[in-house]
Design a protein around this ligand. Structure first.
Ligand code: NAI
Ligand code: MG
Length: 486
């Protein structure tokens, strides 16, 4: 059968220590199946009171629980165990992710879940490799550094890759001995809660991971303002990042941000066009266009423009839009009504401002938040669809003539998350890689992610890096110890 059954049991409560609790207020909020618009489950709606309890549990676990005394290697083993349990439950988790988020089951299975498992294993391996240095300072002293955990880490994640964003944040935090209060996105709380169940089953001590579902301005804001939270790691919209930065100022929190993007994907005439067309499709339409690093400004060199456009439109038309739980589906619904409305609004602006809509341009069907794969040609730099993050299946094609021009136009954005270039000329490729102000550059590929390779943004796209060795920095405080040798 191509279509799998939706999971029928869900964890819907708040996790504090090892207790699954209702919200102190007793409130719940619905999480919705974006393919049908039906409520999947009502989830406990945490707010400031629940955040306070979760922070207390996390602080207790940090200062006096078994976690605080545990050998680093044993911490790594627990993280490895969690990865194993997630892998053992891969089918169930993939189905739950597709149900709650709407992403095609083939992507949950082949992309999200394997990346989650890989990320946790990668950081499990780091746990006993967090070294300080011995430093030959002037005088008769013995000087060394230690890298200590930051403490209680508040982690706020979005809905586009619910499990993967949790793994990116849990992995480095746990490997370095921190404790966590996580607030998953209100649209997609279910897989994070299931992951937390598996973390307890793996033997990660109670209080090390606490999960409080709820809304941003209530639960999220309470976490940001809490005086006993040492650090906030946030992924989401840059406007939200600004609010969090302001609200975190009072308690001088450490902050890391992974925010939005408007990433240039640059196709030169000398590229392997088959690969470039496939890469342009994947780089934009993957995950319904709901990727912070989506290649949403597609620059195509003049001399291949017409052929390229024709071929990429064919590919867009061949996408299979439908039930995310059907393994033939390549495009599911957008995550919620607000995202659907936002995307349709951008499409209308694109049409009104003179871009040519070559395919799509409307909602697909009348149930579920589906959008037709849409391609705009004749897009210019100042149109709204070229300036703002659409976060939907809307491809914007811009023409260019030469290297210097495309470099300058690529950088004409507040964002700097990713960029890609398609060319057979290594000189051009590395000129672009050096000149584009972005945290990641892909050459003749797109969306190649690996737990070992740092990811994050220049400019409005973020602060700090996740993944790789770089991702550990934000979760440790260096301490310098100097001893008088007499
Ligand atoms: P958002 O930034 O509002 O939400 C992300 C997370 O932040 C959620 O968990 C939310 O509850 C929380 N949050 C919201 N307001 C908060 C506050 N005042 N204090 C603390 N936490 C808060 O993003 P949203 O509204 O879901 O999506 C809006 C747009 O943001 C999208 O259309 C897209 O353009 C962009 N976005 C970018 C993402 C990325 O990966 N860079 C991910 C999600 C959205
Ligand atoms: Mg929001």
């Amino acid at each position: 059968m191509a279509t799998i059954a939706a999971p029928t049991t869900y964890q819907t409560k708040i996790l504090i220590g090892d207790q699954w609790r209702d919200a102190v207020s007793g409130k719940t909020f619905p999480t919705v199946n974006p393919a049908t618009e039906e409520v999947i489950a009502d989830v406990a709606e945490g707010d400031a009171a629940d955040i306070d309890l979760a922070v207390k549990a996390a602080r207790e676990a940090f200062t006096s629980g078994p976690w605080a005394k545990m050998d680093a290697r044993d911490r790594g083993a627990l993280l490895m165990k969690l990865a194993d349990l997630i892998e053992a439950n891969l089918e169930e988790l993939a189905a739950l992710e597709s149900l709650d988020n709407g992403k095609p089951i083939r992507d949950s299975r082949a992309a999200d879940l394997p990346l989650v498992v890989d990320c946790l294993r990668y950081y499990a391996g780091w746990a006993d490799k967090i070294h300080g240095q011995t430093i030959p300072i002037r005088g008769n002293y013995f000087c060394y550094t230690r890298r200590e955990p930051v403490g209680v880490c508040g982690q706020i994640i979005p809905w586009n890759f619910p499990m993967l964003m949790a793994a990116w944040k849990w992995g480095p935090a746990l490997a370095t001995g921190n404790t966590i209060v996580m607030k998953p996105a209100e649209q997609t709380p279910l897989t994070c809660l299931r992951m937390a169940e598996l973390a307890l089953e793996a033997g990660i001590p109670p209080g090390v991971i606490n999960v409080v579902p709820g809304y941003g301005p209530t639960a999220g804001a309470a976490l940001v303002a809490h005086p006993d939270v040492d650090k906030i790691a946030f992924t989401g919209e840059h406007h939200t990042g600004k609010i969090i930065m302001r609200n975190a100022a009072e308690t001088l929190k450490r902050l890391t941000f992974e925010l939005g993007g408007k990433s240039p994907n640059i196709v030169f005439a000398d590229a392997d066009l088959d690969a470039a067309v496939a890469g342009a499709e994947f780089g934009l339409f993957f995950n319904q266009g709901q990727c912070c690093c989506a290649g949403s400004r597609l620059f195509v060199e003049d001399s291949v423009h017409d052929e390229f456009v024709e071929r990429v439109v064919e590919r867009a038309k061949s996408r299979v839009v439908g039930n995310p739980l059907d393994s033939n589906t390549t495009q599911g619904p957008q995550v919620d009504q607000a995202q659907l409305d936002k995307i349709l609004g951008f499409i209308e602006k694109g049409k009104a401002q003179g871009a040519r809509c070559l395919t799509g341009g409307t909602r697909a069907g009348d149930q579920g938040y589906f959008v037709e794969p849409t391609v705009f040609d004749s897009v210019t730099d100042e149109m709204d669809i070229a300036l703002h993050e659409i976060f939907g299946p809307v491809m914007n094609i811009l023409r260019f003539r030469d290297l210097d021009e495309v470099i300058e136009r690529s950088n004409r954005t507040i964002f700097g998350l990713a960029a890609a270039v398609w060319t057979s000329d290594v000189t051009k490729a590395h000129r672009i890689a050096g000149a584009v102000r972005a945290g990641t550059v892909w050459i003749n590929c797109y969306d190649v992610f690996d737990a070992a390779a740092p990811f994050g943004g220049f400019k409005f796209s973020g602060m700090g890096r996740e993944l790789g060795e770089a991702g550990l920095q934000a979760y440790t405080e260096p301490k310098t110890v100097t001893m008088n040798l007499g």
